[in-house]
Design a protein around this ligand. Structure first.
Ligand code: NDP
Length: 458
């Protein structure tokens, strides 16, 4: 510990989101004098406007679909009416509980929560609502906010910040974007009975994911009757006389809808923090520049999470926060590895992925072997759903190590988490083959893929 009584606090954290809370409570638990400033509710994007309410909506959408799929199991009844207000109230209740829980955790750890907008007014000074506090170190964990493309009528779109507060569920929705949020909300709205169009500007959505998985998910989303359009970029949005919204695309086509969700990426929250006055450097994309130890060019100021824009994922912000606390207050200078970070897109079908895509592995290794399986589970056999499973392992033929695992299908996020441990431990394909399956599950396919689908030599 590094207590320096010249300052009121050892560490002043700006932002009580995932990264800020984790850093604050881990440091405070070590006896570090910590303050956290937050202008809104504790929990940041993840708890209030992201992962938590989104996952509750995903579960709601799955229930919606499950009624339709229950007949094959003998449940012959109509889907009961869906009450959006009940979902909203219950979702708000879970969030309020999480807000209180996080505030309690901070207090118990010994951190002081200061409510209000914080500005950095000196290398060792933060001002919140007119009161200045001194600190040996300042940590910026202010997260990110939705980015909305500039086009005529763009103010008629909502973002993920507003979508969780909708008073009613629209009959039709158009979603702009082809990333995590767009594809997840296409599945959510569809599952809740909304007629969905998803419009992506490029050839194939989910850029950065394995191409085979991207194509597979596109095919299965279309089978659900979601109107998934590629090479589709909005040019203009206007109100129509009947109260609808009309989007005209650059190719001249148009769509009428009731709600437009812009899910077109997020940008780091760096404005009005006083960074320019202090001289904290940003990179070309507007994210705060930090070194391996999350230190900015101003030695007393650190940053982590979405505001440094390495990977906009809650578990990454948590890992960065723990790494920083280890470095500053535990004397451990280990580097945080950004390799083999598993991730899931909670779209329908669900995507889970860890490691290299086939395309990346093909560039990095001279010889790779690809194992794939596509199948219908027992549940799907009776449910009548069009959904299937795709599982895929990518193996470096030279070392036999599994360098990528990908999956599309129900529970992919849950299954890939375990596979990620195997990859982190350096498991070879032989280890996968020696592992006994759990029968009958879908996950067992990851240990029963014996025949190569193809080999690729560079
Ligand atoms: P993403 O970066 O995932 O996707 C943004 C999408 O918007 C891309 O398809 C992009 O296209 C498109 N886009 C960007 N700019 C424009 C534009 N000017 N006009 C039209 N389309 C545009 O961002 P999201 O907003 O979906 O999510 C933000 C981040 O939040 C994600 O990157 C992810 O890290 C995190 N997140 C994680 C979740 C999870 O873990 N399950 C869930 C939700 C969010 P292109 O590909 O061509 O650039």
């Amino acid at each position: 510990m590094n207590a320096n009584n010249q300052y009121e606090y050892d560490l002043f954290v700006i932002g009580a989101g995932s990264g800020g809370v984790r850093a604050a409570r881990m440091a405070a638990a070590l006896g570090v004098r910590v303050a956290v400033a937050e202008q809104d509710r504790a929990g940041g994007t993840c708890v209030n406007l992201g992962c938590v309410p989104k996952k509750l909506y995903v579960h709601a959408a799955e229930h919606g679909s499950a009624f339709a799929h229950a007949a094959g199991f003998g449940f012959n009844s109509q889907r009961p009416p869906f009450d959006w207000q009940v979902l909203q109230q219950n979702k708000d209740g879970v969030i309020a509980q999480a807000n209180r829980g996080l505030e309690g955790i901070l207090g118990k750890a010994g951190a002081t929560l200061i409510k209000g907008k914080a500005t950095i007014t000196g290398n060792h000074e933060v001002t919140v609502e007119g009161t200045s506090y001194s600190a040996e170190r300042i940590l910026i964990a202010t997260g990110s906010r939705p980015f909305v493309p500039a086009l005529p009528g763009s103010d008629l779109m909502v973002t993920s910040d507003e979508v969780f507060a909708l008073q009613s569920l629209p009959a039709r929705a158009l979603i702009i974007g082809g990333g995590y949020i767009a594809t997840e909300f296409a599945g959510i709205f569809h599952g809740l009975g909304v007629a969905v169009t998803q419009a992506y500007r490029g050839e194939l959505f989910l850029r950065g994911f394995d191409n085979e998985v991207r194509r597979y998910v596109a095919e299965h989303i279309r089978k659900k009757k979601i109107d998934l359009r590629f090479n589709s970029q909005p040019a203009e949005i206007e109100n129509t006389t009947d109260g609808s919204l009309r989007v005209t695309f650059t190719d001249g086509s148009s769509v009428e809808t009731d709600l437009i969700l812009a899910a077109t990426g997020r940008r780091p929250n760096t404005a009005n923090l006083g960074l320019d006055k202090i001289g904290v450097e940003l990179n070309d994309l507007g994210a705060i520049k930090v070194d391996e130890g999350f230190q900015t060019n101003v030695p007393s100021i650190y940053a982590l999470g979405d505001v440094i824009d390495r990977m906009q994922l809650t578990p990454v912000a948590l890992a960065e926060a723990m790494n920083l606390v280890d470095r500053l207050y535990r004397g451990k200078q280990t580097s945080l590895s950004y390799k083999l970070i598993p991730t899931a897109v909670f779209c329908s079908p669900n995507i889970g992925t860890v490691g290299l895509t086939e395309e990346e592995a093909g560039e990095q290794y001279p010889h790779i072997d690809i194992f794939t399986t596509e199948f219908r589970s027992l549940k799907q056999a009776l449910s009548g759903t069009t959904e299937r499973y795709l599982m895929k392992l990518i193996v470096d033929a030279g070392s036999d190590r599994v360098v990528g695992a990908h999956m599309a299908g129900e529970g992919a996020g849950e299954i890939i988490q375990g596979i990620a441990i195997a990859l982190k431990a350096g498991a070879t394909k032989a280890v996968f083959d020696q592992t006994i399956g759990i029968h009958p599950t879908s996950a067992e396919e990851f240990v029963t893929m014996r025949s190569k689908t193809r080999s690729i030599d560079r």
